[in-house]
Design a protein around this ligand. Structure first.
Ligand code: F6P
Length: 554
Protein backbone atom coordinates (compact mmCIF):
# COMPACT_ATOMS: atom_id res chain seq x y z
CA UNK A 1 0.00 0.00 0.00
CA UNK A 2 1.25 3.53 -0.79
CA UNK A 3 2.75 4.85 2.45
CA UNK A 4 0.65 8.00 2.36
CA UNK A 5 -2.52 5.86 2.45
CA UNK A 6 -1.41 4.47 5.79
CA UNK A 7 0.80 7.29 7.05
CA UNK A 8 3.17 6.72 9.93
CA UNK A 9 2.41 8.54 13.16
CA UNK A 10 5.03 11.29 13.39
CA UNK A 11 4.76 11.38 17.18
CA UNK A 12 5.85 7.73 17.31
CA UNK A 13 9.03 8.32 15.34
CA UNK A 14 12.41 8.39 17.09
CA UNK A 15 13.00 11.83 15.61
CA UNK A 16 9.91 13.14 17.38
CA UNK A 17 11.26 12.01 20.72
CA UNK A 18 14.60 13.54 19.78
CA UNK A 19 12.85 16.81 19.01
CA UNK A 20 11.17 16.75 22.39
CA UNK A 21 14.63 16.42 23.94
CA UNK A 22 15.94 19.20 21.71
CA UNK A 23 13.08 21.45 22.81
CA UNK A 24 13.90 20.70 26.45
CA UNK A 25 17.55 21.43 25.84
CA UNK A 26 16.67 24.74 24.17
CA UNK A 27 14.59 26.12 27.00
CA UNK A 28 17.18 28.84 27.51
CA UNK A 29 18.23 29.15 23.87
CA UNK A 30 19.03 32.76 23.03
CA UNK A 31 19.17 34.03 19.47
CA UNK A 32 21.28 36.95 20.64
CA UNK A 33 23.82 34.56 22.13
CA UNK A 34 23.66 32.28 19.08
CA UNK A 35 24.55 35.15 16.75
CA UNK A 36 27.28 36.35 19.11
CA UNK A 37 28.78 32.85 19.29
CA UNK A 38 28.66 32.18 15.54
CA UNK A 39 29.67 35.04 13.22
CA UNK A 40 28.82 32.71 10.33
CA UNK A 41 25.23 32.09 11.48
CA UNK A 42 23.73 34.17 8.67
CA UNK A 43 25.77 32.32 6.04
CA UNK A 44 25.06 29.01 7.70
CA UNK A 45 21.28 29.44 7.75
CA UNK A 46 20.48 31.12 4.44
CA UNK A 47 20.18 29.98 0.84
CA UNK A 48 19.29 31.18 -2.65
CA UNK A 49 17.01 29.37 -5.06
CA UNK A 50 14.88 30.23 -8.10
CA UNK A 51 15.47 33.95 -7.67
CA UNK A 52 14.59 33.96 -3.98
CA UNK A 53 16.98 34.45 -1.06
CA UNK A 54 15.91 32.94 2.26
CA UNK A 55 17.49 34.07 5.51
CA UNK A 56 16.28 31.62 8.16
CA UNK A 57 19.06 32.43 10.66
CA UNK A 58 16.69 34.24 13.01
CA UNK A 59 14.98 30.98 13.95
CA UNK A 60 15.09 29.11 17.23
CA UNK A 61 17.35 26.44 15.80
CA UNK A 62 20.88 25.18 16.05
CA UNK A 63 22.71 22.25 14.52
CA UNK A 64 21.14 19.69 16.84
CA UNK A 65 17.52 20.79 16.48
CA UNK A 66 17.76 21.32 12.74
CA UNK A 67 19.23 17.91 12.13
CA UNK A 68 16.50 16.32 14.27
CA UNK A 69 13.88 18.14 12.18
CA UNK A 70 15.46 16.89 8.98
CA UNK A 71 15.62 13.39 10.41
CA UNK A 72 11.87 13.62 11.13
CA UNK A 73 11.28 14.44 7.45
CA UNK A 74 13.28 11.37 6.50
CA UNK A 75 11.48 9.11 8.97
CA UNK A 76 8.14 10.39 7.66
CA UNK A 77 9.23 9.38 4.15
CA UNK A 78 8.96 12.88 2.74
CA UNK A 79 11.14 12.17 -0.30
CA UNK A 80 8.97 9.25 -1.55
CA UNK A 81 5.90 11.44 -0.93
CA UNK A 82 7.39 14.22 -3.05
CA UNK A 83 8.04 11.69 -5.81
CA UNK A 84 4.45 10.43 -5.52
CA UNK A 85 3.15 13.99 -5.80
CA UNK A 86 5.05 14.75 -9.00
CA UNK A 87 4.37 11.33 -10.52
CA UNK A 88 0.63 11.81 -10.23
CA UNK A 89 -0.04 9.13 -7.64
CA UNK A 90 -3.34 9.52 -5.68
CA UNK A 91 -1.89 11.60 -2.85
CA UNK A 92 -5.40 13.00 -2.36
CA UNK A 93 -6.48 9.75 -0.77
CA UNK A 94 -10.04 10.60 0.29
CA UNK A 95 -10.97 11.62 -3.26
CA UNK A 96 -8.66 9.02 -4.80
CA UNK A 97 -7.04 11.67 -6.98
CA UNK A 98 -3.59 12.88 -7.87
CA UNK A 99 -2.66 16.51 -7.16
CA UNK A 100 -0.89 17.61 -10.31
CA UNK A 101 -0.74 21.39 -10.18
CA UNK A 102 2.96 20.87 -10.91
CA UNK A 103 2.04 19.38 -14.32
CA UNK A 104 0.55 22.76 -15.29
CA UNK A 105 3.99 24.37 -15.33
CA UNK A 106 6.00 21.58 -16.91
CA UNK A 107 7.61 22.41 -20.25
CA UNK A 108 6.78 20.71 -23.53
CA UNK A 109 8.36 17.28 -23.86
CA UNK A 110 7.79 16.03 -20.32
CA UNK A 111 5.16 13.34 -19.77
CA UNK A 112 2.77 12.99 -16.82
CA UNK A 113 0.42 10.01 -16.79
CA UNK A 114 -3.03 10.13 -15.19
CA UNK A 115 -4.86 6.80 -15.49
CA UNK A 116 -2.29 5.78 -18.07
CA UNK A 117 -2.85 8.83 -20.26
CA UNK A 118 -0.20 11.53 -20.74
CA UNK A 119 -1.99 14.75 -19.74
CA UNK A 120 0.72 17.10 -20.94
CA UNK A 121 -0.57 17.49 -24.53
CA UNK A 122 -3.94 18.65 -23.13
CA UNK A 123 -2.23 20.98 -20.63
CA UNK A 124 -0.31 22.62 -23.45
CA UNK A 125 -3.36 22.67 -25.75
CA UNK A 126 -5.19 24.72 -23.12
CA UNK A 127 -2.20 27.05 -22.83
CA UNK A 128 -2.57 27.54 -26.56
CA UNK A 129 -6.30 28.20 -26.17
CA UNK A 130 -5.47 30.78 -23.51
CA UNK A 131 -2.86 32.40 -25.75
CA UNK A 132 -5.36 32.74 -28.57
CA UNK A 133 -8.00 34.32 -26.33
CA UNK A 134 -5.51 36.74 -24.77
CA UNK A 135 -4.23 37.79 -28.18
CA UNK A 136 -7.76 38.25 -29.58
CA UNK A 137 -8.71 40.45 -26.65
CA UNK A 138 -5.43 42.39 -26.53
CA UNK A 139 -5.66 42.99 -30.30
CA UNK A 140 -9.24 44.23 -29.99
CA UNK A 141 -10.53 41.38 -32.12
CA UNK A 142 -12.98 40.08 -29.54
CA UNK A 143 -16.05 42.24 -30.08
CA UNK A 144 -19.12 42.66 -27.89
CA UNK A 145 -22.76 42.89 -28.97
CA UNK A 146 -22.26 46.41 -30.36
CA UNK A 147 -19.08 45.31 -32.16
CA UNK A 148 -16.94 47.30 -29.67
CA UNK A 149 -13.67 45.69 -28.46
CA UNK A 150 -13.49 44.37 -24.91
CA UNK A 151 -11.90 46.81 -22.45
CA UNK A 152 -12.83 45.18 -19.14
CA UNK A 153 -12.74 41.59 -17.94
CA UNK A 154 -14.61 40.56 -14.80
CA UNK A 155 -13.56 37.30 -13.18
CA UNK A 156 -16.51 35.76 -11.35
CA UNK A 157 -15.16 33.20 -8.92
CA UNK A 158 -14.36 32.60 -5.27
CA UNK A 159 -11.72 30.79 -3.23
CA UNK A 160 -9.09 29.28 -5.49
CA UNK A 161 -10.99 30.64 -8.48
CA UNK A 162 -10.32 34.13 -7.21
CA UNK A 163 -7.57 34.48 -4.63
CA UNK A 164 -4.61 33.16 -6.60
CA UNK A 165 -5.43 35.08 -9.79
CA UNK A 166 -6.16 38.23 -7.82
CA UNK A 167 -2.96 38.02 -5.78
CA UNK A 168 -0.71 37.35 -8.76
CA UNK A 169 -2.33 40.04 -10.92
CA UNK A 170 -1.88 42.52 -8.07
CA UNK A 171 1.70 41.40 -7.39
CA UNK A 172 2.58 41.87 -11.06
CA UNK A 173 0.81 45.17 -11.64
CA UNK A 174 4.09 46.65 -12.99
CA UNK A 175 3.76 44.12 -15.81
CA UNK A 176 0.13 44.99 -16.65
CA UNK A 177 -0.52 45.24 -20.36
CA UNK A 178 -2.27 48.41 -21.38
CA UNK A 179 -5.85 48.26 -22.58
CA UNK A 180 -7.54 45.50 -20.59
CA UNK A 181 -8.66 46.13 -17.03
CA UNK A 182 -9.32 43.06 -14.87
CA UNK A 183 -11.84 43.06 -12.04
CA UNK A 184 -12.84 40.41 -9.49
CA UNK A 185 -16.33 39.55 -8.33
CA UNK A 186 -16.33 36.88 -5.64
CA UNK A 187 -18.86 37.34 -2.85
CA UNK A 188 -22.63 36.95 -3.00
CA UNK A 189 -23.06 40.53 -1.85
CA UNK A 190 -24.95 43.03 -3.97
CA UNK A 191 -22.65 45.80 -2.82
CA UNK A 192 -19.66 44.09 -4.42
CA UNK A 193 -21.63 43.41 -7.59
CA UNK A 194 -22.63 47.07 -7.83
CA UNK A 195 -19.13 48.32 -7.00
CA UNK A 196 -17.52 46.10 -9.66
CA UNK A 197 -20.03 46.83 -12.43
CA UNK A 198 -20.56 50.51 -11.59
CA UNK A 199 -17.98 51.87 -13.99
CA UNK A 200 -18.45 49.23 -16.69
CA UNK A 201 -20.41 49.03 -19.91
CA UNK A 202 -21.84 45.64 -20.82
CA UNK A 203 -20.89 46.12 -24.48
CA UNK A 204 -17.17 46.23 -23.66
CA UNK A 205 -17.14 43.78 -20.74
CA UNK A 206 -16.25 40.09 -20.82
CA UNK A 207 -17.17 37.91 -17.84
CA UNK A 208 -15.04 34.87 -17.00
CA UNK A 209 -17.09 32.44 -14.91
CA UNK A 210 -14.32 30.61 -13.04
CA UNK A 211 -15.55 27.61 -11.18
CA UNK A 212 -14.05 24.15 -11.16
CA UNK A 213 -17.38 22.64 -10.04
CA UNK A 214 -19.60 25.22 -11.74
CA UNK A 215 -21.75 24.63 -8.69
CA UNK A 216 -20.54 27.18 -6.19
CA UNK A 217 -23.48 29.24 -4.99
CA UNK A 218 -21.72 32.60 -4.83
CA UNK A 219 -20.30 32.20 -8.32
CA UNK A 220 -23.55 31.03 -9.90
CA UNK A 221 -25.54 33.82 -8.28
CA UNK A 222 -23.07 36.39 -9.57
CA UNK A 223 -23.00 34.82 -13.03
CA UNK A 224 -26.80 34.96 -13.20
CA UNK A 225 -26.78 38.58 -12.01
CA UNK A 226 -24.14 39.42 -14.62
CA UNK A 227 -26.25 37.77 -17.30
CA UNK A 228 -29.25 39.89 -16.28
CA UNK A 229 -27.04 42.99 -16.17
CA UNK A 230 -25.77 42.44 -19.72
CA UNK A 231 -29.28 41.77 -21.07
CA UNK A 232 -30.65 44.82 -19.23
CA UNK A 233 -28.09 46.96 -21.02
CA UNK A 234 -29.40 45.90 -24.39
CA UNK A 235 -27.58 42.73 -25.32
CA UNK A 236 -29.74 40.14 -27.11
CA UNK A 237 -29.80 36.55 -25.82
CA UNK A 238 -28.23 35.51 -29.09
CA UNK A 239 -25.20 37.72 -28.38
CA UNK A 240 -24.64 36.69 -24.76
CA UNK A 241 -21.88 34.30 -25.83
CA UNK A 242 -19.77 37.34 -26.69
CA UNK A 243 -19.69 38.36 -23.06
CA UNK A 244 -19.26 35.11 -21.17
CA UNK A 245 -16.56 32.50 -21.10
CA UNK A 246 -16.06 29.80 -18.48
CA UNK A 247 -13.22 27.93 -16.83
CA UNK A 248 -14.56 24.72 -15.36
CA UNK A 249 -14.25 20.96 -15.15
CA UNK A 250 -18.06 20.80 -15.35
CA UNK A 251 -18.51 21.46 -19.06
CA UNK A 252 -22.13 20.31 -19.04
CA UNK A 253 -23.16 22.85 -16.39
CA UNK A 254 -21.29 25.62 -18.17
CA UNK A 255 -23.08 24.87 -21.43
CA UNK A 256 -26.39 24.71 -19.59
CA UNK A 257 -25.70 28.18 -18.20
CA UNK A 258 -25.34 29.39 -21.77
CA UNK A 259 -21.61 29.49 -22.31
CA UNK A 260 -20.67 28.61 -25.89
CA UNK A 261 -18.81 25.30 -25.93
CA UNK A 262 -15.82 26.88 -27.70
CA UNK A 263 -15.57 29.44 -24.90
CA UNK A 264 -15.18 26.88 -22.13
CA UNK A 265 -11.63 26.35 -20.85
CA UNK A 266 -11.24 22.96 -19.14
CA UNK A 267 -10.04 22.29 -15.64
CA UNK A 268 -9.14 18.86 -14.36
CA UNK A 269 -10.13 17.06 -11.19
CA UNK A 270 -6.44 16.41 -10.52
CA UNK A 271 -5.88 20.12 -9.85
CA UNK A 272 -7.20 21.48 -6.57
CA UNK A 273 -8.90 24.90 -6.60
CA UNK A 274 -6.33 26.53 -4.34
CA UNK A 275 -3.55 25.16 -6.56
CA UNK A 276 -5.17 26.14 -9.87
CA UNK A 277 -3.89 29.64 -10.78
CA UNK A 278 -1.42 27.94 -13.17
CA UNK A 279 -4.37 26.61 -15.24
CA UNK A 280 -6.94 28.53 -17.24
CA UNK A 281 -8.13 29.83 -13.86
CA UNK A 282 -5.13 32.08 -14.37
CA UNK A 283 -6.73 33.70 -17.43
CA UNK A 284 -7.24 37.02 -15.61
CA UNK A 285 -3.49 37.00 -14.86
CA UNK A 286 -2.63 36.30 -18.50
CA UNK A 287 -5.04 39.02 -19.66
CA UNK A 288 -3.47 41.44 -17.20
CA UNK A 289 0.23 40.73 -17.83
CA UNK A 290 0.26 38.98 -21.23
CA UNK A 291 0.93 35.36 -22.09
CA UNK A 292 4.68 35.82 -22.22
CA UNK A 293 4.77 36.96 -18.62
CA UNK A 294 2.27 34.23 -17.64
CA UNK A 295 4.71 31.67 -19.03
CA UNK A 296 7.48 33.34 -17.00
CA UNK A 297 5.27 32.81 -13.94
CA UNK A 298 4.99 29.12 -14.84
CA UNK A 299 8.75 28.93 -15.37
CA UNK A 300 9.42 30.35 -11.93
CA UNK A 301 7.17 27.77 -10.34
CA UNK A 302 8.82 25.03 -12.41
CA UNK A 303 12.24 26.12 -11.13
CA UNK A 304 10.99 25.79 -7.56
CA UNK A 305 9.47 22.38 -8.44
CA UNK A 306 12.85 21.17 -9.68
CA UNK A 307 14.50 22.43 -6.52
CA UNK A 308 11.89 20.81 -4.25
CA UNK A 309 12.29 17.45 -5.98
CA UNK A 310 16.05 17.36 -6.07
CA UNK A 311 17.65 19.42 -3.28
CA UNK A 312 18.82 17.62 -0.16
CA UNK A 313 16.55 18.54 2.74
CA UNK A 314 19.35 20.55 4.37
CA UNK A 315 19.34 22.84 1.33
CA UNK A 316 15.67 22.51 0.38
CA UNK A 317 13.82 25.80 0.79
CA UNK A 318 10.22 24.43 1.00
CA UNK A 319 11.31 21.60 3.29
CA UNK A 320 13.14 23.98 5.64
CA UNK A 321 10.13 26.31 5.87
CA UNK A 322 7.88 23.31 6.44
CA UNK A 323 10.02 21.86 9.21
CA UNK A 324 10.32 25.23 10.95
CA UNK A 325 6.51 25.43 10.96
CA UNK A 326 6.27 21.93 12.46
CA UNK A 327 8.91 22.90 15.05
CA UNK A 328 7.00 25.98 16.23
CA UNK A 329 3.52 24.49 15.99
CA UNK A 330 4.18 21.13 17.61
CA UNK A 331 7.04 21.93 19.98
CA UNK A 332 6.80 25.65 20.82
CA UNK A 333 3.04 26.05 20.98
CA UNK A 334 2.67 28.48 18.10
CA UNK A 335 -0.91 28.63 16.84
CA UNK A 336 -0.51 31.09 13.99
CA UNK A 337 2.00 32.26 11.42
CA UNK A 338 2.32 35.81 10.11
CA UNK A 339 3.03 36.68 6.47
CA UNK A 340 4.47 40.19 6.37
CA UNK A 341 5.27 41.41 2.85
CA UNK A 342 7.08 44.74 2.71
CA UNK A 343 5.86 45.46 -0.81
CA UNK A 344 2.69 47.23 -1.91
CA UNK A 345 2.05 44.83 -4.77
CA UNK A 346 2.36 41.79 -2.48
CA UNK A 347 0.12 43.36 0.18
CA UNK A 348 -2.57 40.67 -0.12
CA UNK A 349 -0.23 37.68 -0.38
CA UNK A 350 -1.42 36.40 2.99
CA UNK A 351 -4.97 36.11 1.67
CA UNK A 352 -3.98 33.58 -0.97
CA UNK A 353 -1.77 31.78 1.54
CA UNK A 354 -4.69 31.61 3.97
CA UNK A 355 -6.63 29.40 1.60
CA UNK A 356 -3.54 27.55 0.37
CA UNK A 357 -2.38 26.67 3.88
CA UNK A 358 -5.53 26.61 6.00
CA UNK A 359 -7.78 24.81 3.50
CA UNK A 360 -4.96 22.31 2.87
CA UNK A 361 -3.74 21.67 6.41
CA UNK A 362 -6.70 22.63 8.56
CA UNK A 363 -7.33 18.93 9.11
CA UNK A 364 -7.83 16.66 12.15
CA UNK A 365 -7.79 13.19 10.61
CA UNK A 366 -4.94 11.58 8.71
CA UNK A 367 -5.04 10.10 5.22
CA UNK A 368 -6.31 6.78 6.62
CA UNK A 369 -9.11 8.42 8.64
CA UNK A 370 -7.41 8.03 12.01
CA UNK A 371 -7.25 11.04 14.31
CA UNK A 372 -4.06 13.09 14.21
CA UNK A 373 -1.87 12.89 17.30
CA UNK A 374 -0.28 16.32 16.98
CA UNK A 375 -1.16 19.88 16.00
CA UNK A 376 -1.63 20.53 12.28
CA UNK A 377 -2.18 23.68 10.21
CA UNK A 378 -1.74 27.10 11.88
CA UNK A 379 -3.81 30.22 11.41
CA UNK A 380 -2.25 32.19 8.57
CA UNK A 381 -2.58 35.93 8.83
CA UNK A 382 -0.60 39.08 8.15
CA UNK A 383 -0.49 42.19 6.09
CA UNK A 384 1.75 44.69 4.43
CA UNK A 385 4.63 46.40 6.18
CA UNK A 386 5.23 49.10 7.38
CA UNK A 387 1.44 49.33 8.01
CA UNK A 388 1.45 46.35 10.36
CA UNK A 389 3.99 48.11 12.59
CA UNK A 390 1.25 50.60 13.38
CA UNK A 391 -1.41 47.98 13.89
CA UNK A 392 -0.45 44.51 15.26
CA UNK A 393 3.32 44.43 15.63
CA UNK A 394 2.86 45.48 19.27
CA UNK A 395 1.49 42.01 19.96
CA UNK A 396 4.30 40.39 17.99
CA UNK A 397 6.87 42.21 20.15
CA UNK A 398 5.29 42.25 23.62
CA UNK A 399 2.34 39.88 23.50
CA UNK A 400 2.28 36.52 25.27
CA UNK A 401 2.04 34.50 22.04
CA UNK A 402 4.85 33.07 19.99
CA UNK A 403 4.02 33.98 16.38
CA UNK A 404 6.65 33.09 13.78
CA UNK A 405 6.75 35.55 10.90
CA UNK A 406 7.82 35.47 7.27
CA UNK A 407 9.04 38.84 6.04
CA UNK A 408 9.04 39.20 2.24
CA UNK A 409 10.81 42.16 0.70
CA UNK A 410 12.23 43.18 -2.71
CA UNK A 411 15.63 44.87 -2.92
CA UNK A 412 14.52 47.09 -5.79
CA UNK A 413 11.25 48.99 -6.09
CA UNK A 414 9.43 49.60 -9.38
CA UNK A 415 8.43 53.04 -8.22
CA UNK A 416 11.35 54.74 -6.50
CA UNK A 417 10.29 57.85 -4.58
CA UNK A 418 13.10 59.72 -2.81
CA UNK A 419 14.53 57.33 -0.17
CA UNK A 420 11.20 55.53 0.47
CA UNK A 421 12.48 52.10 -0.52
CA UNK A 422 15.51 52.42 1.74
CA UNK A 423 13.18 53.19 4.65
CA UNK A 424 10.82 50.35 3.71
CA UNK A 425 13.70 47.88 3.56
CA UNK A 426 15.24 49.26 6.78
CA UNK A 427 11.92 48.85 8.58
CA UNK A 428 11.54 45.29 7.37
CA UNK A 429 14.97 44.35 8.71
CA UNK A 430 14.49 46.31 11.93
CA UNK A 431 11.28 44.46 12.74
CA UNK A 432 12.86 41.03 12.40
CA UNK A 433 15.88 42.27 14.36
CA UNK A 434 13.67 43.65 17.14
CA UNK A 435 11.75 40.37 17.30
CA UNK A 436 15.05 38.55 17.63
CA UNK A 437 16.97 40.88 20.00
CA UNK A 438 14.26 42.45 22.10
CA UNK A 439 15.23 44.81 24.90
CA UNK A 440 16.24 43.67 28.40
CA UNK A 441 15.16 45.37 31.60
CA UNK A 442 18.70 46.56 32.12
CA UNK A 443 18.78 48.08 28.64
CA UNK A 444 15.41 49.73 29.23
CA UNK A 445 16.58 51.19 32.53
CA UNK A 446 19.83 52.44 31.05
CA UNK A 447 17.91 54.05 28.18
CA UNK A 448 15.59 55.86 30.57
CA UNK A 449 18.47 57.01 32.77
CA UNK A 450 20.26 58.31 29.70
CA UNK A 451 17.15 60.39 29.03
CA UNK A 452 17.67 61.95 32.45
CA UNK A 453 14.60 60.46 34.14
CA UNK A 454 14.52 60.28 37.92
CA UNK A 455 15.21 56.80 39.26
CA UNK A 456 11.62 56.41 40.48
CA UNK A 457 10.42 57.08 36.93
CA UNK A 458 13.02 54.73 35.55
CA UNK A 459 11.73 51.95 37.81
CA UNK A 460 8.14 52.77 36.97
CA UNK A 461 8.51 52.78 33.20
CA UNK A 462 11.24 50.22 32.53
CA UNK A 463 9.06 47.07 32.84
CA UNK A 464 6.75 48.46 30.18
CA UNK A 465 9.62 48.89 27.76
CA UNK A 466 11.04 45.38 28.07
CA UNK A 467 10.73 43.38 24.84
CA UNK A 468 11.35 39.64 25.34
CA UNK A 469 12.89 39.07 21.91
CA UNK A 470 13.93 35.57 20.89
CA UNK A 471 10.98 35.56 18.52
CA UNK A 472 11.63 33.77 15.22
CA UNK A 473 11.28 35.03 11.70
CA UNK A 474 12.31 34.21 8.15
CA UNK A 475 13.21 36.89 5.63
CA UNK A 476 12.62 36.15 1.95
CA UNK A 477 14.36 38.65 -0.30
CA UNK A 478 13.62 39.03 -4.01
CA UNK A 479 15.88 41.11 -6.20
CA UNK A 480 12.58 42.64 -7.33
CA UNK A 481 9.05 41.36 -7.94
CA UNK A 482 8.81 39.67 -11.35
CA UNK A 483 6.60 36.99 -12.92
CA UNK A 484 9.31 34.37 -12.56
CA UNK A 485 10.02 35.21 -8.93
CA UNK A 486 6.32 35.39 -8.00
CA UNK A 487 5.88 31.97 -9.60
CA UNK A 488 8.72 30.60 -7.51
CA UNK A 489 7.37 32.29 -4.37
CA UNK A 490 3.87 30.81 -4.70
CA UNK A 491 5.26 27.37 -5.55
CA UNK A 492 7.56 27.63 -2.51
CA UNK A 493 4.55 27.93 -0.23
CA UNK A 494 2.60 25.23 -2.11
CA UNK A 495 5.44 22.80 -1.45
CA UNK A 496 5.90 23.98 2.15
CA UNK A 497 2.23 23.17 2.77
CA UNK A 498 2.52 19.77 1.09
CA UNK A 499 5.66 18.85 3.03
CA UNK A 500 3.93 19.73 6.30
CA UNK A 501 0.91 17.62 5.34
CA UNK A 502 3.22 14.64 4.86
CA UNK A 503 4.82 15.15 8.28
CA UNK A 504 1.37 15.35 9.85
CA UNK A 505 0.03 12.46 7.75
CA UNK A 506 -2.93 14.51 6.52
CA UNK A 507 -4.44 15.12 3.10
CA UNK A 508 -3.53 18.59 1.79
CA UNK A 509 -5.86 18.30 -1.20
CA UNK A 510 -9.40 17.73 0.02
CA UNK A 511 -11.69 20.10 1.91
CA UNK A 512 -14.58 18.17 3.37
CA UNK A 513 -14.88 20.68 6.19
CA UNK A 514 -16.54 23.28 4.00
CA UNK A 515 -19.46 21.02 3.02
CA UNK A 516 -21.52 21.26 6.24
CA UNK A 517 -21.77 25.05 6.11
CA UNK A 518 -22.93 24.91 2.52
CA UNK A 519 -25.64 22.35 3.36
CA UNK A 520 -26.85 24.29 6.39
CA UNK A 521 -26.87 27.46 4.30
CA UNK A 522 -29.29 25.96 1.84
CA UNK A 523 -31.64 24.86 4.65
CA UNK A 524 -31.41 28.28 6.28
CA UNK A 525 -32.19 30.07 3.05
CA UNK A 526 -35.56 28.32 2.83
CA UNK A 527 -36.41 29.44 6.38
CA UNK A 528 -35.35 33.01 5.68
CA UNK A 529 -37.57 33.22 2.61
CA UNK A 530 -40.45 31.44 4.33
CA UNK A 531 -40.42 28.56 1.84
CA UNK A 532 -39.66 26.33 4.78
CA UNK A 533 -41.85 27.01 7.81
CA UNK A 534 -40.23 24.34 9.98
CA UNK A 535 -38.34 25.65 13.02
CA UNK A 536 -34.57 25.82 13.03
CA UNK A 537 -32.76 23.21 15.09
CA UNK A 538 -31.68 25.73 17.75
CA UNK A 539 -33.06 28.91 19.29
CA UNK A 540 -30.10 31.04 18.24
CA UNK A 541 -30.55 30.28 14.57
CA UNK A 542 -34.33 30.60 14.85
CA UNK A 543 -34.07 33.88 16.75
CA UNK A 544 -31.76 35.34 14.14
CA UNK A 545 -34.05 34.14 11.35
CA UNK A 546 -36.97 35.83 13.09
CA UNK A 547 -34.95 39.04 13.38
CA UNK A 548 -34.31 39.01 9.63
CA UNK A 549 -37.85 38.06 8.68
CA UNK A 550 -39.33 40.78 10.92
CA UNK A 551 -37.41 43.38 8.94
CA UNK A 552 -38.18 41.84 5.54
CA UNK A 553 -41.84 40.97 6.19
CA UNK A 554 -44.27 41.86 3.38
O1 F6P B 1 -14.08 26.52 -0.32
C1 F6P B 1 -14.42 25.38 -1.00
C2 F6P B 1 -14.02 25.49 -2.47
O2 F6P B 1 -14.34 24.30 -3.11
C3 F6P B 1 -12.53 25.81 -2.65
O3 F6P B 1 -11.72 24.70 -2.46
C4 F6P B 1 -12.55 26.32 -4.06
O4 F6P B 1 -11.36 27.01 -4.42
C5 F6P B 1 -13.78 27.24 -4.01
O5 F6P B 1 -14.70 26.57 -3.12
C6 F6P B 1 -14.42 27.52 -5.35
O6 F6P B 1 -14.79 26.29 -5.94
P1 F6P B 1 -15.16 26.29 -7.51
O7 F6P B 1 -13.92 26.69 -8.27
O8 F6P B 1 -15.58 24.89 -7.79
O9 F6P B 1 -16.27 27.28 -7.72
Amino acid sequence: MEHYLKPLDATQQPAWQALRAQRERMQQFSLRAAFAADPQRFQRYSLSQAGLFLDYSKNLIDAGSLSALIELARQMKLQPAIEALFEGRPVNASERRPALHTALRRPVGERVLVDGVDVMPEVHRVLGQMTELVQRIHNGLWRGYTEMPITDVVNIGIGGSFLGPQLVSEALLPFAQRGVRCHYLANVDGSEFHEVTAGLRAETTLFIVSSKSFGTLETLKNAQAARRWVLAQGCREADLHRHFIAVSSNREAAVAFGIAAENIFPMWDWVGGRYSLWSAIGLPIALAIGMGNFKELLAGAYAMDQHFQSAPFEQNMPVLLALLGVWYGDFWGAQSHAILPYDHHLRNFNQHLQQLDMESNGKRVRQDGSAVSCGTGPVIWGGVGCNGQHAYHQLLHQGTLLIPADFIVPVVSYNPVADHHQWLYANCLSQSQALMCGKTLEEAEAELRAQGLAEAEVQRLAPHKVIPGNRPSNTLVLERVSPRRVGALVALYEHKVFAQSVIWGINAFDQWGVELGKELGKNLYGRLTGEDASPAADSSTQGLIDYFRARHRG
